[in-house]
Design a protein around this ligand. Structure first.
Ligand code: GRF
Length: 204
């Protein structure tokens, strides 16, 4: 099964997927291409070094979100993916894009959804003094960070924690759970039909 990964920056989650694939821990999935909306994203370098097709599709070259998403759909479909993974892809997707890949698109989000949808999750968690924080892999739907959650990792927040220390701890857990959730999807255990999500037949 073919996986296309979308990134915008460092690519730490992408690297975790690349490493999982090299240790045959991606359920037999193969990263067919990496696409970034940022031309100099370090994640593109990681892809090239792993011999994976790395495509830069700068969004500033398009005059509308619809035009960009149309070009992005074309680039992705060229690689005939069974799964699209958003790994730090920092763009809001149009409903048309989401529907095109509904049921076969996962995102990694740095919070324990449904808490802290959106941005600056670590700073918000620290500001609120929450006792627990973490990360979530979820199916992408038209609701931002709102789709069915497939897998989460939680950690206890200590009073000494800052947004920076939380970010590092959460990143480490992201790199653990994303490959696992991807392998479950590729193995056919994790499914989403656009309405109901299941893991081994059990409703999520
Ligand atoms: C991660 O924290 C992810 O949860 C968020 O953006 C960051 C991407 O980091 N969506 P990286 O590019 O995978 O290192």
């Amino acid at each position: 099964p073919r996986i296309v990964v979308l990134i915008s920056g460092n690519g730490g989650n992408l690297q975790a997927l690349i490493d999982a694939q090299s240790h045959d821990r991606l359920g037999g999935g193969e990263i067919a291409a990496v696409v970034s909306n940022v031309a100099d994203a370090y994640g593109l370098k990681r892809a090239r070094e792993a011999g994976i097709d790395a495509v830069a599709l700068p969004h500033r070259e398009y005059d509308s979100r619809e035009a960009y998403d149309g070009a992005l759909i074309k680039v992705i479909e060229r690689h005939e993916p069974d799964l699209v993974v958003l790994a730090g892809f920092m763009r809001i997707l149009t409903p048309r894009f989401v529907q095109r890949f509904i049921g076969r698109m996962l995102n990694i989000h740095p919070s324990l959804l449904p808490a802290y949808q959106g941005l600056d999750t670590h700073a918000r968690a620290v500001a609120d003094g929450v006792a627990e924080h973490g990360c979530s892999v979820h199916f992408v739907t038209e609701e931002l960070d709102g789709g069915p959650v497939a897998l989460q990792a939680a950690l206890n927040v200590s009073p000494e924690d800052s947004p920076a220390t939380l970010k590092d701890k959460v990143h480490a857990r992201e790199h653990l759970i994303l490959p696992i959730a991807v392998s479950w999807f590729v193995e056919g255990r994790l499914r989403f039909d656009g309405t109901h999500a299941t893991m081994d037949g059990v409703a999520l």
